[in-house]
Design a protein around this ligand. Structure first.
Ligand code: AMP
Ligand code: MG
Length: 356
């Protein structure tokens, strides 16, 4: 009887040891596979929703996990800093200050001064004080409707980038009473640029493509060292062209991106500060290729508002970027440098290309 119990205990012990050994082997094998996978050149695609848009980023290289969590954290931080609808954001702090100067971060000062440069160059077409008008038209709440002409005229009195007072020494920004900032025309380009910096600082990542609601930021090059191919979107939905680019941003503005219809007329979200109404433009889609993402973003909005001729003049006067303008008459105007880089897709082969 006693012998039988001892025998059974030994048997149970052996089974326990075997089980523990098997579990340990399994853990070691899993760890080995994971570590091998991390060392292999792979493509990781991540998606997150922020700034009212889907942000997709594709990272080529190895050990992408750290970059993914840093990018996601940075996107949340930027949204909390730049969003007009987040009451805690630095922009909301400036907007609700009732004429009192507010202390803000270097980054906010940097974005506002970058925006002001494009406002000056575009003769006020790009103007981040446009928020009272954007709000009046209902674009932030999606309760969109054509406002009374009188209210538009009144609201226009609180829109003028020249009245933003930036004190770079003391890091303060002051707006006159009833003025409000909206960084919607520059924030995505800026965010793409910040994400690119994180990726560039990670030596395991050899290349990346970041898309923020169709605005593209590229980093590095493809695995074989060749250029990236970025599709250029037609308002109809498909791509009308392809662009070959190195490390840069490709930013698109168009009235087709957000709009509403009232009494058979379409009203879009890009407001001409000179009229208080959605910009009447001969450009359907303004695409800017620029190494500086924030500048490219501001320029895409400005070019759309200005229309073909004035936008081409703006390009001549400040330079440092390239453009593709799809016009409402079916012509595509491209800047000289893109001659070898831009090609039409088969579906839109009828479009006439003009090199400016
Ligand atoms: P984007 O898609 O970059 O052209 O930016 C459009 C967004 O910029 C709008 O949704 C508004 O938030 C804001 N916006 C509208 N009109 C202007 C303007 N004239 N200048 C600067 N930002 C504007
Ligand atoms: Mg823009």
């Amino acid at each position: 009887m006693i012998k039988a119990i001892i025998k059974r205990n030994r048997k149970q012990k052996r089974i326990a040891i075997k089980t523990i050994a098997a579990v340990l082997m399994l853990i070691i094998t899993v760890l080995f596979i994971v570590s091998c996978e991390n060392d292999v050149y792979t493509k990781v695609v991540e998606e997150t929703f922020a700034m009212d848009t889907i942000i997709t980023y594709t990272l080529y290289g190895k050990n992408q996990t750290e970059a993914v969590s840093r990018i996601n954290a940075e996107v949340v931080r930027l949204e909390n800093m730049l969003s007009v609808t987040n009451e805690q954001s630095e922009i909301s702090k400036i907007n609700s200050a009732n004429g009192v100067a507010q202390n803000v971060s270097d980054k906010i000062i940097g974005i506002i001064t970058a925006a002001q440069k494009i406002s000056e160059a575009s003769d006020g077409a790009f103007d981040i004080t446009v928020y009272p008008l954007v709000k009046l038209w209902g674009f932030t709440t999606d309760k969109t409707a054509v406002p009374d002409k009188e209210r538009i005229n009144d609201t226009m009195l609180t829109v003028n980038y020249e009245n933003i007072v930036v004190d770079e020494k003391n890091n303060t920004v002051m707006l006159p009473k009833d003025y409000m900032l909206d960084l919607g025309g520059i924030a995505k380009g800026y965010t793409g640029e910040v994400i690119a910096q994180i990726i560039k600082g990670n030596e395991d990542i050899t290349g990346a493509v970041v898309s923020l609601g169709g605005n593209v930021q590229t980093v590095g090059s493809k695995e074989d060292g060749s250029d990236w191919t970025v599709a250029v979107e037609h308002p109809d939905g498909g791509a009308f062209g392809m662009l070959k680019v190195g490390e840069t941003s490709v930013i698109t503005s168009g009235g087709y991106q957000r709009n509403f219809e009232q009494d058979g007329k379409v009203y879009h979200h890009i407001i001409d500060p000179k009229t208080g109404y959605p910009a009447e433009s001969d450009i359907l889609s303004a695409v800017i290729v620029c190494e500086d993402g924030a500048k490219g973003d501001a320029l895409s909005t400005a070019s759309f508002i200005l229309g073909y001729k004035k936008a081409a003049d703006l390009h001549k006067s400040i330079g440092g970027y390239d453009f593709v303008f799809l016009l409402d008459d079916g012509r595509v105007i491209i800047s000289e440098n893109l001659k070898q880089k831009f090609s039409k897709t088969d579906k839109y082969d009828n479009l006439e290309i003009i090199v400016e």
